[in-house]
Design a protein around this ligand. Structure first.
Ligand code: MN
Length: 570
Protein backbone atom coordinates (compact mmCIF):
# COMPACT_ATOMS: atom_id res chain seq x y z
CA UNK A 1 0.00 0.00 0.00
CA UNK A 2 1.33 3.43 -0.92
CA UNK A 3 1.37 6.37 1.45
CA UNK A 4 -1.35 8.04 -0.62
CA UNK A 5 -3.69 5.07 -0.15
CA UNK A 6 -2.86 4.84 3.53
CA UNK A 7 -3.38 8.56 4.01
CA UNK A 8 -6.80 8.26 2.36
CA UNK A 9 -7.79 5.55 4.83
CA UNK A 10 -6.74 7.62 7.82
CA UNK A 11 -8.67 10.59 6.54
CA UNK A 12 -11.75 8.45 5.97
CA UNK A 13 -11.48 7.28 9.57
CA UNK A 14 -11.60 10.90 10.70
CA UNK A 15 -7.93 11.64 11.39
CA UNK A 16 -7.08 15.31 11.00
CA UNK A 17 -4.18 16.69 9.03
CA UNK A 18 -1.95 17.23 12.06
CA UNK A 19 -2.18 13.55 13.02
CA UNK A 20 -1.72 12.36 9.43
CA UNK A 21 1.35 14.57 8.98
CA UNK A 22 2.82 13.10 12.17
CA UNK A 23 2.30 9.57 10.91
CA UNK A 24 3.70 10.12 7.40
CA UNK A 25 7.46 10.02 8.18
CA UNK A 26 6.86 6.96 10.39
CA UNK A 27 5.08 5.18 7.54
CA UNK A 28 7.90 5.94 5.12
CA UNK A 29 10.59 4.90 7.62
CA UNK A 30 8.87 1.61 8.48
CA UNK A 31 8.26 0.87 4.79
CA UNK A 32 11.92 1.44 3.99
CA UNK A 33 13.08 -0.65 6.96
CA UNK A 34 10.99 -3.68 6.00
CA UNK A 35 11.60 -3.12 2.28
CA UNK A 36 13.30 -6.42 1.48
CA UNK A 37 11.65 -8.50 4.16
CA UNK A 38 9.08 -11.14 3.29
CA UNK A 39 6.36 -12.88 5.29
CA UNK A 40 6.07 -16.70 5.38
CA UNK A 41 3.49 -16.35 2.59
CA UNK A 42 6.05 -14.63 0.38
CA UNK A 43 4.23 -11.30 0.53
CA UNK A 44 6.09 -8.10 1.43
CA UNK A 45 6.47 -7.89 5.23
CA UNK A 46 5.23 -4.32 5.44
CA UNK A 47 1.62 -5.40 4.79
CA UNK A 48 1.63 -6.71 8.38
CA UNK A 49 2.47 -3.49 10.27
CA UNK A 50 0.11 -1.65 7.92
CA UNK A 51 -2.76 -4.01 8.78
CA UNK A 52 -2.02 -3.77 12.52
CA UNK A 53 -1.88 0.02 12.45
CA UNK A 54 -5.14 0.24 10.53
CA UNK A 55 -6.90 -1.93 13.13
CA UNK A 56 -5.61 0.56 15.69
CA UNK A 57 -6.92 3.42 13.57
CA UNK A 58 -10.33 1.73 13.45
CA UNK A 59 -10.36 1.96 17.24
CA UNK A 60 -9.56 5.66 16.79
CA UNK A 61 -6.50 5.67 19.03
CA UNK A 62 -3.99 8.52 18.92
CA UNK A 63 -1.28 9.14 16.30
CA UNK A 64 1.48 7.86 18.62
CA UNK A 65 -0.20 4.48 18.93
CA UNK A 66 -0.68 4.23 15.17
CA UNK A 67 2.99 5.16 14.71
CA UNK A 68 4.09 2.55 17.25
CA UNK A 69 1.97 -0.05 15.45
CA UNK A 70 3.71 0.77 12.16
CA UNK A 71 7.07 0.38 13.90
CA UNK A 72 6.19 -2.57 16.13
CA UNK A 73 8.43 -5.10 14.37
CA UNK A 74 11.38 -2.94 13.27
CA UNK A 75 13.35 -3.55 16.48
CA UNK A 76 12.85 -7.31 16.61
CA UNK A 77 13.13 -8.01 12.87
CA UNK A 78 15.50 -5.34 11.59
CA UNK A 79 17.60 -4.44 14.64
CA UNK A 80 16.57 -0.78 14.68
CA UNK A 81 17.58 0.79 18.01
CA UNK A 82 14.98 2.26 20.36
CA UNK A 83 17.26 5.30 20.57
CA UNK A 84 16.88 5.85 16.84
CA UNK A 85 13.10 5.77 17.12
CA UNK A 86 13.26 8.16 20.04
CA UNK A 87 15.38 10.64 18.11
CA UNK A 88 13.28 10.51 14.98
CA UNK A 89 9.75 10.12 16.31
CA UNK A 90 9.82 11.18 19.94
CA UNK A 91 9.91 9.50 23.37
CA UNK A 92 6.23 8.46 23.48
CA UNK A 93 6.41 6.43 20.25
CA UNK A 94 9.74 4.93 21.36
CA UNK A 95 8.27 3.99 24.74
CA UNK A 96 5.37 2.17 23.09
CA UNK A 97 7.60 0.32 20.62
CA UNK A 98 9.90 -0.70 23.46
CA UNK A 99 6.89 -2.03 25.37
CA UNK A 100 5.84 -4.16 22.39
CA UNK A 101 9.38 -5.51 22.11
CA UNK A 102 9.48 -6.36 25.82
CA UNK A 103 6.22 -8.31 25.86
CA UNK A 104 7.44 -10.39 22.92
CA UNK A 105 9.31 -12.39 25.56
CA UNK A 106 6.06 -13.57 27.09
CA UNK A 107 5.28 -16.92 25.55
CA UNK A 108 2.70 -19.49 26.51
CA UNK A 109 4.43 -22.81 26.83
CA UNK A 110 1.56 -24.91 28.09
CA UNK A 111 2.30 -24.55 31.79
CA UNK A 112 -1.26 -24.22 32.94
CA UNK A 113 -0.90 -23.42 36.59
CA UNK A 114 1.12 -20.34 35.76
CA UNK A 115 -1.20 -18.92 33.14
CA UNK A 116 -2.64 -16.21 35.37
CA UNK A 117 0.86 -15.09 36.35
CA UNK A 118 1.83 -15.09 32.70
CA UNK A 119 -1.03 -12.71 31.94
CA UNK A 120 0.07 -10.42 34.75
CA UNK A 121 3.65 -10.55 33.55
CA UNK A 122 2.44 -9.51 30.12
CA UNK A 123 0.73 -6.44 31.56
CA UNK A 124 3.65 -5.62 33.84
CA UNK A 125 6.08 -5.64 30.92
CA UNK A 126 3.71 -3.75 28.64
CA UNK A 127 3.52 -0.83 31.12
CA UNK A 128 0.87 0.87 28.99
CA UNK A 129 -2.56 -0.29 27.88
CA UNK A 130 -1.86 0.94 24.34
CA UNK A 131 0.99 -1.56 24.12
CA UNK A 132 -1.46 -4.33 25.01
CA UNK A 133 -3.86 -3.13 22.32
CA UNK A 134 -1.10 -3.09 19.68
CA UNK A 135 -0.20 -6.65 20.64
CA UNK A 136 -3.84 -7.75 20.43
CA UNK A 137 -4.14 -6.33 16.92
CA UNK A 138 -0.74 -7.79 16.00
CA UNK A 139 -1.99 -11.18 17.14
CA UNK A 140 -5.26 -10.80 15.27
CA UNK A 141 -3.44 -10.20 11.98
CA UNK A 142 -1.00 -13.03 12.64
CA UNK A 143 -3.94 -15.36 13.30
CA UNK A 144 -5.65 -14.22 10.12
CA UNK A 145 -2.51 -15.08 8.16
CA UNK A 146 -1.50 -18.26 10.01
CA UNK A 147 -2.09 -20.53 6.99
CA UNK A 148 1.44 -20.74 5.53
CA UNK A 149 3.07 -21.74 8.84
CA UNK A 150 4.00 -25.33 9.75
CA UNK A 151 1.26 -27.13 11.76
CA UNK A 152 3.13 -27.34 15.09
CA UNK A 153 3.77 -23.61 14.99
CA UNK A 154 0.16 -22.92 14.06
CA UNK A 155 -1.03 -24.91 17.02
CA UNK A 156 1.34 -23.27 19.48
CA UNK A 157 0.36 -19.78 18.36
CA UNK A 158 -3.35 -20.64 18.38
CA UNK A 159 -3.11 -22.02 21.91
CA UNK A 160 -1.25 -18.97 23.08
CA UNK A 161 -3.96 -16.83 21.49
CA UNK A 162 -6.63 -18.71 23.38
CA UNK A 163 -4.85 -18.84 26.73
CA UNK A 164 -3.08 -15.50 26.84
CA UNK A 165 -4.40 -12.97 24.32
CA UNK A 166 -8.15 -13.64 24.32
CA UNK A 167 -8.37 -13.54 28.16
CA UNK A 168 -6.41 -10.27 28.21
CA UNK A 169 -8.85 -8.78 25.68
CA UNK A 170 -11.65 -10.02 27.90
CA UNK A 171 -10.14 -8.40 31.00
CA UNK A 172 -9.95 -5.13 29.15
CA UNK A 173 -13.57 -5.50 28.09
CA UNK A 174 -12.59 -5.66 24.40
CA UNK A 175 -15.30 -8.09 23.48
CA UNK A 176 -15.08 -7.79 19.71
CA UNK A 177 -11.39 -8.61 19.50
CA UNK A 178 -11.74 -11.32 22.13
CA UNK A 179 -14.45 -13.07 20.08
CA UNK A 180 -12.41 -12.68 16.92
CA UNK A 181 -9.24 -14.12 18.45
CA UNK A 182 -11.17 -17.09 19.82
CA UNK A 183 -12.82 -17.87 16.52
CA UNK A 184 -9.52 -17.54 14.67
CA UNK A 185 -7.82 -19.96 17.09
CA UNK A 186 -10.68 -22.47 17.23
CA UNK A 187 -10.07 -24.32 13.90
CA UNK A 188 -6.36 -24.78 14.67
CA UNK A 189 -7.00 -26.29 18.07
CA UNK A 190 -10.15 -28.34 17.48
CA UNK A 191 -10.29 -28.75 13.69
CA UNK A 192 -12.92 -31.53 13.61
CA UNK A 193 -15.19 -29.92 16.16
CA UNK A 194 -14.92 -26.65 14.31
CA UNK A 195 -16.00 -28.22 11.02
CA UNK A 196 -18.88 -30.03 12.68
CA UNK A 197 -20.09 -26.92 14.45
CA UNK A 198 -19.90 -24.79 11.32
CA UNK A 199 -22.09 -27.29 9.45
CA UNK A 200 -24.55 -27.45 12.31
CA UNK A 201 -24.76 -23.74 12.74
CA UNK A 202 -25.10 -22.63 9.13
CA UNK A 203 -28.76 -23.47 8.67
CA UNK A 204 -29.80 -22.62 12.19
CA UNK A 205 -28.23 -19.22 11.81
CA UNK A 206 -29.95 -18.54 8.51
CA UNK A 207 -33.34 -19.62 9.87
CA UNK A 208 -32.77 -17.61 13.03
CA UNK A 209 -31.81 -14.48 11.16
CA UNK A 210 -34.82 -14.80 8.88
CA UNK A 211 -37.03 -15.04 11.95
CA UNK A 212 -35.48 -12.06 13.71
CA UNK A 213 -35.91 -10.00 10.55
CA UNK A 214 -39.68 -10.40 10.93
CA UNK A 215 -39.54 -9.23 14.56
CA UNK A 216 -37.62 -6.04 13.88
CA UNK A 217 -40.50 -3.88 12.52
CA UNK A 218 -42.81 -5.06 15.30
CA UNK A 219 -40.38 -3.83 17.98
CA UNK A 220 -39.70 -0.60 16.12
CA UNK A 221 -43.41 0.21 15.96
CA UNK A 222 -44.01 -0.65 19.60
CA UNK A 223 -41.11 1.53 20.81
CA UNK A 224 -42.12 4.46 18.60
CA UNK A 225 -45.67 4.30 19.85
CA UNK A 226 -44.37 4.74 23.39
CA UNK A 227 -42.25 7.74 22.43
CA UNK A 228 -38.81 6.18 21.85
CA UNK A 229 -37.83 7.73 18.54
CA UNK A 230 -34.12 7.10 18.19
CA UNK A 231 -33.06 3.47 18.22
CA UNK A 232 -30.94 0.91 16.43
CA UNK A 233 -31.98 -2.71 16.26
CA UNK A 234 -29.37 -5.21 15.18
CA UNK A 235 -28.95 -8.94 15.53
CA UNK A 236 -25.73 -10.66 16.06
CA UNK A 237 -24.62 -14.28 16.18
CA UNK A 238 -22.72 -15.49 19.22
CA UNK A 239 -19.09 -16.27 18.43
CA UNK A 240 -18.40 -19.88 17.49
CA UNK A 241 -16.15 -20.80 20.37
CA UNK A 242 -18.65 -19.56 22.95
CA UNK A 243 -21.39 -21.57 21.25
CA UNK A 244 -19.09 -24.58 21.42
CA UNK A 245 -18.38 -24.03 25.13
CA UNK A 246 -22.06 -23.59 25.83
CA UNK A 247 -22.88 -26.78 23.94
CA UNK A 248 -20.35 -28.67 26.05
CA UNK A 249 -22.16 -27.46 29.16
CA UNK A 250 -25.56 -28.34 27.71
CA UNK A 251 -25.21 -31.94 26.54
CA UNK A 252 -24.49 -30.79 22.99
CA UNK A 253 -28.15 -29.87 22.65
CA UNK A 254 -28.72 -26.88 20.38
CA UNK A 255 -32.26 -26.48 21.65
CA UNK A 256 -30.92 -25.55 25.03
CA UNK A 257 -28.92 -22.66 23.67
CA UNK A 258 -31.38 -19.84 23.48
CA UNK A 259 -29.02 -17.10 22.41
CA UNK A 260 -27.42 -18.45 19.25
CA UNK A 261 -28.42 -15.12 17.82
CA UNK A 262 -29.22 -12.20 20.07
CA UNK A 263 -31.30 -9.20 19.18
CA UNK A 264 -29.81 -5.93 20.28
CA UNK A 265 -31.81 -2.77 20.94
CA UNK A 266 -29.68 0.35 21.23
CA UNK A 267 -31.37 3.48 22.58
CA UNK A 268 -30.36 6.93 23.78
CA UNK A 269 -30.46 6.80 27.56
CA UNK A 270 -30.46 4.46 30.53
CA UNK A 271 -34.03 5.51 31.22
CA UNK A 272 -35.04 4.41 27.73
CA UNK A 273 -33.31 1.07 28.25
CA UNK A 274 -35.65 0.24 31.13
CA UNK A 275 -38.60 1.69 29.25
CA UNK A 276 -37.79 -0.45 26.19
CA UNK A 277 -37.58 -3.54 28.40
CA UNK A 278 -41.06 -2.85 29.73
CA UNK A 279 -42.47 -2.33 26.25
CA UNK A 280 -40.81 -5.50 24.98
CA UNK A 281 -42.37 -7.51 27.80
CA UNK A 282 -45.76 -6.10 26.90
CA UNK A 283 -45.39 -7.27 23.30
CA UNK A 284 -44.01 -10.73 24.12
CA UNK A 285 -44.07 -12.56 27.44
CA UNK A 286 -40.68 -12.82 29.13
CA UNK A 287 -39.22 -16.22 30.03
CA UNK A 288 -39.43 -16.21 33.83
CA UNK A 289 -36.18 -16.00 35.76
CA UNK A 290 -34.08 -14.84 32.82
CA UNK A 291 -34.08 -11.08 33.18
CA UNK A 292 -30.62 -9.76 34.02
CA UNK A 293 -29.83 -6.17 34.88
CA UNK A 294 -26.17 -5.58 34.04
CA UNK A 295 -26.82 -1.84 34.03
CA UNK A 296 -27.38 -1.65 37.77
CA UNK A 297 -24.84 -4.43 38.35
CA UNK A 298 -22.18 -4.35 35.61
CA UNK A 299 -20.04 -7.42 34.92
CA UNK A 300 -16.51 -7.28 36.35
CA UNK A 301 -15.06 -6.28 32.96
CA UNK A 302 -17.40 -3.29 32.79
CA UNK A 303 -20.06 -4.76 30.55
CA UNK A 304 -23.48 -3.14 30.88
CA UNK A 305 -26.82 -4.12 29.29
CA UNK A 306 -30.27 -5.41 30.13
CA UNK A 307 -30.77 -9.03 29.14
CA UNK A 308 -34.04 -10.82 28.70
CA UNK A 309 -35.54 -13.78 26.88
CA UNK A 310 -39.06 -13.56 25.48
CA UNK A 311 -41.47 -16.00 23.85
CA UNK A 312 -41.67 -14.57 20.32
CA UNK A 313 -44.25 -15.48 17.65
CA UNK A 314 -44.65 -19.25 17.36
CA UNK A 315 -43.46 -19.65 20.98
CA UNK A 316 -39.85 -19.33 19.89
CA UNK A 317 -37.48 -18.07 22.57
CA UNK A 318 -35.58 -14.94 21.58
CA UNK A 319 -32.69 -13.34 23.44
CA UNK A 320 -32.64 -9.54 23.74
CA UNK A 321 -29.91 -7.16 24.89
CA UNK A 322 -30.88 -3.58 25.54
CA UNK A 323 -28.26 -0.85 25.97
CA UNK A 324 -27.20 2.70 25.14
CA UNK A 325 -24.73 3.63 22.38
CA UNK A 326 -22.04 4.26 24.99
CA UNK A 327 -22.61 0.83 26.55
CA UNK A 328 -22.49 -0.70 23.10
CA UNK A 329 -19.23 1.03 22.30
CA UNK A 330 -17.74 -0.17 25.56
CA UNK A 331 -19.05 -3.71 25.06
CA UNK A 332 -17.33 -3.91 21.69
CA UNK A 333 -14.12 -2.06 22.33
CA UNK A 334 -13.84 -1.98 26.12
CA UNK A 335 -10.95 0.05 27.39
CA UNK A 336 -10.14 1.32 23.90
CA UNK A 337 -13.49 3.09 23.85
CA UNK A 338 -12.43 5.45 26.61
CA UNK A 339 -9.76 7.60 25.18
CA UNK A 340 -10.29 7.45 21.49
CA UNK A 341 -9.22 10.13 19.17
CA UNK A 342 -12.16 12.43 18.70
CA UNK A 343 -12.20 13.36 15.08
CA UNK A 344 -14.62 16.25 15.36
CA UNK A 345 -14.04 17.27 18.97
CA UNK A 346 -11.83 19.90 20.53
CA UNK A 347 -9.62 17.52 22.43
CA UNK A 348 -7.55 15.18 20.32
CA UNK A 349 -7.24 12.41 22.85
CA UNK A 350 -9.23 11.76 25.97
CA UNK A 351 -6.48 10.35 28.08
CA UNK A 352 -7.69 10.78 31.60
CA UNK A 353 -10.03 8.15 32.84
CA UNK A 354 -12.09 8.17 35.94
CA UNK A 355 -10.82 5.21 37.92
CA UNK A 356 -14.01 4.86 39.92
CA UNK A 357 -16.14 4.68 36.85
CA UNK A 358 -14.48 2.00 34.87
CA UNK A 359 -14.92 -1.51 35.99
CA UNK A 360 -11.92 -2.81 34.11
CA UNK A 361 -9.75 -0.70 36.37
CA UNK A 362 -11.37 -2.35 39.36
CA UNK A 363 -10.75 -5.70 37.73
CA UNK A 364 -7.05 -4.96 37.42
CA UNK A 365 -7.03 -3.71 40.99
CA UNK A 366 -8.47 -7.03 42.09
CA UNK A 367 -5.34 -8.58 40.70
CA UNK A 368 -3.21 -6.22 42.66
CA UNK A 369 -5.11 -6.83 45.86
CA UNK A 370 -3.86 -10.40 45.87
CA UNK A 371 -0.51 -8.85 46.65
CA UNK A 372 -1.69 -6.47 49.34
CA UNK A 373 1.14 -7.62 51.60
CA UNK A 374 3.21 -4.50 51.94
CA UNK A 375 2.47 -3.28 48.43
CA UNK A 376 0.81 0.08 48.31
CA UNK A 377 -2.54 0.25 46.58
CA UNK A 378 -1.92 3.21 44.32
CA UNK A 379 -4.52 4.16 41.78
CA UNK A 380 -3.99 4.11 38.06
CA UNK A 381 -3.46 7.31 36.18
CA UNK A 382 -4.10 7.56 32.46
CA UNK A 383 -2.84 4.56 30.56
CA UNK A 384 0.14 3.48 32.58
CA UNK A 385 -0.09 0.08 34.12
CA UNK A 386 1.45 0.52 37.54
CA UNK A 387 -0.59 -2.07 39.38
CA UNK A 388 2.30 -4.43 39.36
CA UNK A 389 5.07 -1.99 40.10
CA UNK A 390 5.65 -3.61 43.48
CA UNK A 391 5.82 -7.05 41.93
CA UNK A 392 8.21 -8.64 39.51
CA UNK A 393 7.54 -11.62 37.26
CA UNK A 394 10.42 -13.90 36.34
CA UNK A 395 10.75 -17.15 34.41
CA UNK A 396 12.11 -20.49 35.54
CA UNK A 397 14.30 -22.15 32.87
CA UNK A 398 11.22 -24.21 31.92
CA UNK A 399 9.11 -21.13 31.34
CA UNK A 400 7.09 -21.16 34.53
CA UNK A 401 6.35 -17.69 35.83
CA UNK A 402 7.27 -16.89 39.42
CA UNK A 403 5.74 -13.84 41.00
CA UNK A 404 7.91 -12.04 43.62
CA UNK A 405 8.01 -8.68 45.40
CA UNK A 406 10.19 -5.92 44.01
CA UNK A 407 13.76 -6.19 45.24
CA UNK A 408 13.66 -9.99 45.40
CA UNK A 409 16.95 -11.83 44.83
CA UNK A 410 17.90 -15.29 43.52
CA UNK A 411 17.58 -16.49 47.14
CA UNK A 412 13.89 -15.60 47.20
CA UNK A 413 13.44 -17.25 43.83
CA UNK A 414 15.15 -20.46 44.97
CA UNK A 415 13.04 -20.81 48.14
CA UNK A 416 9.95 -19.97 46.16
CA UNK A 417 10.58 -22.91 43.85
CA UNK A 418 11.39 -25.31 46.69
CA UNK A 419 12.90 -25.05 50.17
CA UNK A 420 15.48 -27.73 49.32
CA UNK A 421 16.63 -25.79 46.28
CA UNK A 422 17.07 -22.78 48.54
CA UNK A 423 18.97 -24.74 51.19
CA UNK A 424 21.34 -26.28 48.63
CA UNK A 425 21.83 -23.23 46.46
CA UNK A 426 25.41 -22.78 45.25
CA UNK A 427 25.01 -20.20 42.50
CA UNK A 428 22.52 -18.32 40.34
CA UNK A 429 22.33 -17.46 36.67
CA UNK A 430 20.17 -14.70 35.26
CA UNK A 431 19.59 -14.79 31.53
CA UNK A 432 22.49 -17.25 31.38
CA UNK A 433 24.96 -15.08 33.27
CA UNK A 434 26.27 -15.84 36.79
CA UNK A 435 25.18 -13.26 39.36
CA UNK A 436 25.68 -12.55 43.08
CA UNK A 437 23.13 -13.81 45.59
CA UNK A 438 22.31 -10.19 46.40
CA UNK A 439 21.44 -9.39 42.76
CA UNK A 440 17.99 -7.83 42.37
CA UNK A 441 15.75 -9.57 39.86
CA UNK A 442 13.82 -7.71 37.16
CA UNK A 443 10.57 -8.59 35.38
CA UNK A 444 11.18 -10.82 32.38
CA UNK A 445 14.43 -12.33 33.73
CA UNK A 446 14.99 -16.03 33.36
CA UNK A 447 16.47 -17.34 36.59
CA UNK A 448 18.36 -20.57 37.00
CA UNK A 449 19.50 -21.84 40.39
CA UNK A 450 22.56 -24.07 40.69
CA UNK A 451 22.67 -26.45 43.65
CA UNK A 452 25.33 -28.55 45.37
CA UNK A 453 24.79 -31.28 47.91
CA UNK A 454 26.97 -29.84 50.67
CA UNK A 455 25.93 -26.21 50.36
CA UNK A 456 24.20 -24.54 53.30
CA UNK A 457 22.53 -21.19 53.93
CA UNK A 458 24.62 -18.62 55.81
CA UNK A 459 23.60 -15.77 58.05
CA UNK A 460 24.13 -13.06 55.43
CA UNK A 461 21.41 -14.67 53.29
CA UNK A 462 18.90 -13.17 55.71
CA UNK A 463 19.92 -9.74 54.47
CA UNK A 464 19.60 -10.66 50.81
CA UNK A 465 16.23 -12.36 51.14
CA UNK A 466 13.21 -10.15 50.65
CA UNK A 467 10.29 -12.54 51.13
CA UNK A 468 9.20 -13.82 54.50
CA UNK A 469 9.02 -17.29 52.95
CA UNK A 470 12.75 -17.34 52.20
CA UNK A 471 13.65 -15.67 55.49
CA UNK A 472 11.59 -18.21 57.41
CA UNK A 473 13.31 -21.17 55.74
CA UNK A 474 16.76 -19.67 56.24
CA UNK A 475 16.07 -18.93 59.92
CA UNK A 476 14.74 -22.37 60.67
CA UNK A 477 17.76 -23.94 58.95
CA UNK A 478 20.20 -21.74 60.87
CA UNK A 479 18.42 -22.60 64.12
CA UNK A 480 18.67 -26.29 63.45
CA UNK A 481 22.39 -25.84 62.85
CA UNK A 482 22.69 -23.90 66.11
CA UNK A 483 23.83 -20.77 64.28
CA UNK A 484 20.75 -18.80 65.23
CA UNK A 485 19.12 -18.85 68.66
CA UNK A 486 15.68 -20.34 68.94
CA UNK A 487 13.28 -17.61 70.10
CA UNK A 488 12.15 -18.08 73.70
CA UNK A 489 8.45 -17.72 73.21
CA UNK A 490 6.00 -16.71 70.59
CA UNK A 491 6.20 -13.02 70.07
CA UNK A 492 3.21 -10.91 70.84
CA UNK A 493 1.65 -9.18 67.89
CA UNK A 494 -0.38 -6.00 67.64
CA UNK A 495 -2.39 -4.27 65.01
CA UNK A 496 -3.06 -0.62 64.31
CA UNK A 497 -6.56 -0.07 62.94
CA UNK A 498 -7.09 3.19 61.10
CA UNK A 499 -10.03 4.92 59.48
CA UNK A 500 -8.74 6.94 56.57
CA UNK A 501 -9.78 8.98 53.60
CA UNK A 502 -7.94 7.27 50.79
CA UNK A 503 -5.38 9.21 48.78
CA UNK A 504 -2.39 8.48 46.60
CA UNK A 505 0.59 7.32 48.61
CA UNK A 506 -1.26 7.04 51.89
CA UNK A 507 -0.38 3.41 52.54
CA UNK A 508 3.22 4.16 51.76
CA UNK A 509 3.25 7.04 54.27
CA UNK A 510 1.80 4.74 56.90
CA UNK A 511 4.34 1.98 56.33
CA UNK A 512 7.11 4.58 56.35
CA UNK A 513 6.11 5.57 59.90
CA UNK A 514 6.60 1.98 60.99
CA UNK A 515 9.94 1.56 59.29
CA UNK A 516 11.17 4.89 60.71
CA UNK A 517 10.28 3.62 64.19
CA UNK A 518 12.07 0.34 63.45
CA UNK A 519 8.92 -1.70 63.82
CA UNK A 520 8.38 -4.79 61.71
CA UNK A 521 5.11 -5.00 59.83
CA UNK A 522 3.67 -8.51 59.61
CA UNK A 523 0.67 -7.78 57.43
CA UNK A 524 -1.59 -5.14 55.97
CA UNK A 525 -5.26 -5.19 55.20
CA UNK A 526 -7.47 -2.56 53.67
CA UNK A 527 -11.11 -2.34 52.79
CA UNK A 528 -13.71 0.24 51.93
CA UNK A 529 -16.05 1.41 54.69
CA UNK A 530 -17.94 3.92 52.58
CA UNK A 531 -17.23 5.49 49.22
CA UNK A 532 -14.77 7.85 50.83
CA UNK A 533 -13.57 6.08 53.91
CA UNK A 534 -11.35 3.06 54.14
CA UNK A 535 -10.12 0.92 56.99
CA UNK A 536 -6.45 0.11 56.97
CA UNK A 537 -5.11 -2.47 59.40
CA UNK A 538 -1.38 -2.92 59.94
CA UNK A 539 -0.20 -5.91 61.92
CA UNK A 540 3.17 -5.42 63.61
CA UNK A 541 5.66 -6.87 66.07
CA UNK A 542 6.26 -4.44 68.95
CA UNK A 543 9.61 -2.77 69.43
CA UNK A 544 10.30 -2.64 73.21
CA UNK A 545 11.81 0.84 72.92
CA UNK A 546 8.78 2.38 71.21
CA UNK A 547 5.60 3.00 73.17
CA UNK A 548 2.15 2.56 71.68
CA UNK A 549 1.43 6.22 72.32
CA UNK A 550 4.37 7.14 70.13
CA UNK A 551 3.00 4.97 67.32
CA UNK A 552 -0.50 6.37 67.76
CA UNK A 553 0.63 9.99 67.59
CA UNK A 554 2.93 9.38 64.63
CA UNK A 555 0.12 7.73 62.68
CA UNK A 556 -2.41 10.38 63.61
CA UNK A 557 -0.14 13.04 62.14
CA UNK A 558 -0.39 11.54 58.66
CA UNK A 559 -2.69 13.47 56.38
CA UNK A 560 -6.09 11.79 55.90
CA UNK A 561 -5.71 9.40 58.85
CA UNK A 562 -8.85 10.22 60.79
CA UNK A 563 -8.72 7.77 63.65
CA UNK A 564 -6.35 5.09 64.87
CA UNK A 565 -6.40 2.41 67.58
CA UNK A 566 -3.93 -0.30 68.60
CA UNK A 567 -4.96 -3.72 69.84
CA UNK A 568 -3.24 -7.00 70.52
CA UNK A 569 -3.75 -9.85 68.07
CA UNK A 570 -4.57 -13.00 70.01
MN1 MN B 1 4.01 -8.24 14.38
Amino acid sequence: MSWEEYEKKLTELGYKEAAVEKIKPVFLFAGKTHEHEKRESGEPYFIHPIAVSLSIAHLKLDADTISAALLHDVVENQGVKIETIKKQFGPEVAFLVEGVTKVDKVRYRGVERAIESLRKMFLALAEDIRVVIIKLMDRKHNMETLGPLPPDKQKRIALETLELYAPLADRLGMWEIKAKLEDLAFPYIYPDEYKWLQDQIKERKAVGEEYLKTLKPIIEDALKKEGIEKMRIVYRAKNLLSIWRKLLRNEMNFDRIMDLIAMRIIVDSVEECYKALGILHKVWKPVPGHIKDFIALPKPNGYQSLHTYVFGPGKKIVSFHIRTEAMNEEAEHGIAAHWFYEAGGKKAITKKMDEQKFAWVRQLQEWQKEHADGGSAETLSALKIDFFKNRIFVFTPKGDVIDLPEGATPIDFAYHVHSEIGNKMSGAKINNKMVQFSHKLASGDTVEILTQKNKKPTKDWLEFAKTSLAKGHIRSFLRKEGILEVPAKKKEKFEAVMTVKDRLGLLRDITTVFSNLNINIVGTKSGALTREHHRITIGFLPNKKISHTKILTSLKQIKNVESVAIKEIK
